[in-house]
Design a protein around this ligand. Sequence first.
Ligand code: DX5
Ligand code: ZN
Length: 216
Amino acid sequence: MQRTVAPSMLSADFGHLERDTRMIDRSAAEWVHIDVMDGVFVPNISFGFPVMKPIRKATSKLLDVHLMIVEPEKYVARFVEAGADLVTFHLEATKDPAGCIARIREAGVRVGISIKPATPVAALREWLPMVDLVLVMSVEPGFGGQSFIPGSLAKIRELRALADELGFATIIEVDGGISSANARDVFDAGAEVLVAGSAVFKAADPEAEIRRILEA
Ligand code: DX5
Ligand code: ZN
């Protein structure tokens, strides 16, 4: 299975967004993860459209936008205009997942759906035929720097088995508490894309930590 690392800009230095994005651009990471928080779906506020501009300008790598906002269907098209290549919304954040998926497709990019730690894999069954990716949260969304919830590994395995059973090549992405110390277990459970925020940006050599995660 292919391995991809998506460093999370939430842990970057916002005073040096261009520098930090260029670091990812020359690194072995293929995706750039962008966490958007509204202070309603999660108890924290991060950033929105204007902050995506300098990031988009500084890299041609895939911009992976993770929306932690209520009623995401209202805003997905604007995130695509701002440069998103893939838009992921939370199943728990909308009354209309089908409408949200349709809006993202109409905007011409790939679609992801995310679940919080307490949401069971079974809740995804009806949406798997419509999405390209599932983002499994391995911490409660809202903050970087938390510890990986060990029960997430069983969820990843269950999701991989469900997707295989239904015959979908769903990409599994995992987000929260990932570093080179646990990356191997997460890849082995069936994940293809690992998000890493603090592990990358707090490392003495961020590019080396990205390589260590990929080669874990
Ligand atoms: C948390 C965000 C994550 C966060 C991960 O709600 O979705 O993407 O940046 O940070 P670390 O890797 O530090 O757990
Ligand atoms: Zn995220």
